[in-house]
Design a protein around this ligand. Sequence first.
Ligand SMILES: *Cc1c(COP(=O)(O)O)cnc(C)c1O
Length: 370
Amino acid sequence: MTQTASEPTFSRQRNENPKSSAEREAILANPGFGDYFTDHTAVVDFKVDANGEGGWSNARIEPYGPIAMDPAAAVLHYGQEIFEGMKAYRHADGSVWTFRAEANAARLNASARRLALPELPPEVFLESLRELVAADQEWIPTGDGEALYLRPFMIATEAFLGVRPAREVSYRVIASPAGNYFGGELKPVSIWLTTTYARAGEGGTGEAKCGGNYAASLAAQMEAEAQGCKQVLFLDPFNDNAIEELGGMNIFFVFKDGRLVTPALNGHILHGITRSSVMQLAADRGLQVQERKITIDEWRDGVAAGEITEAFACGTAAVITPIGELKMADGVIASPGEGIGEVTAAIREQLLGIQTGVVEDLHGWLTRLV
Ligand SMILES: *Cc1c(COP(=O)(O)O)cnc(C)c1O
C-alpha cells in the first residue's frame, strides 16, 4: 500500500469539560492500572483514495470520549488492530520524557505490516505522544514505579464485511495514569502454566502487538485465576515445551553464578523493549546474558538445585516484577527465593532510575516530550 507522509502538525481542540482537579488528584493518589483516562486523545486518519494512494491526514488532539464507528467497521469483525504501550515520566526539574520511543514506533510499524495496516511515519508517532502529553501533563503520577501510561493503537474503521485490508484506518493515543500493574506493593506474582492453550504459533501473529493475541490469551488467563495465580505462562508445544512468555510480559531467570537467561526470540515471542533494555543493563553490570531455549524441566531442576535463584517478568506495564511459584496441572515449582531478588531489584531500580531521570541515561534511551 503506497502512502504519503502527513505533516506532523496536530490541531488542538481543548476538552471544555475536563475532570475536576479534585477528581484528578484522587486518581493520581491511587492510580492502579488502566482504570482512569486523561482528558484528551490524539487521532490521525488514514484513507486510501480512488487512485489507490494511501495517506495520513487530520492529525488532531480532541477531548477524550467515545468513538463513533459504523457497526460494519472491519475492526469489529476481523480484529484488524494493533497497539503499543509506553510511558511518560516526570523528572524532578518538571520535564517529561519517554523511553525508547523510536523502538515503539518501529515495532508499531512491524505490527502494522503483519496485520496489513498502514505504517505510520515515526515523526507522526512521536508528535502524537508529545501533543497528548503536553495537553494532559497534569496527569503524570510520580510515586515509585508510577508514570503516565500511553496507549497508541490503530484500528480498521472502514465499513464492509468482505475480507481484505481496510482502506480506512484510525490511529489514536489514549493515556492513563499507572501504578503497580498487579496492584498494591511490589511482591512476587504466582504464575500458572497452561498446557491447554498456546498464545502463538509458527507463522502466526505472536511477534505482532495486536489485540487478537490478547483475546486468545484470556481463556488461559481465566484458568490461571481459577488456580489462584496472577498470570499465565505459555510454552512452545512444538519445541520441547520451551518457555515462551507470559500473556503480556517477557521472562528472565537469574542463575546463582550471575547469568541471566531469557527465551530466545523465535518468531512468535513479542520483542519486548523492556526485555532488550534489561539485557543491555545486565551486560553493563558485567553479567552474562543468554538468549536461548529454556524448558520447564530446567526451571524445575534449577530451582531444586539452587542454581536458579531469581525469576522475573518484564514489560512496560509491569516494569520488572518478581515471579514466585509456578503452578501447573501436575505440581508446583517453588518460588526461587523470598521477596524480590537482589539482581531483580538492582536492575529494576536502575531501569526506573534511567526512566525517571535519577540515573544517567548512558544509552540515549530517553526522548523529551514536554
Ligand atoms: C507488550 C508486550 C510485552 C512487553 O513489551 P515491552 O516493550 O517491554 O512493553 C511482552 N509480551 C507481550 C505479548 C506484549 O504484548
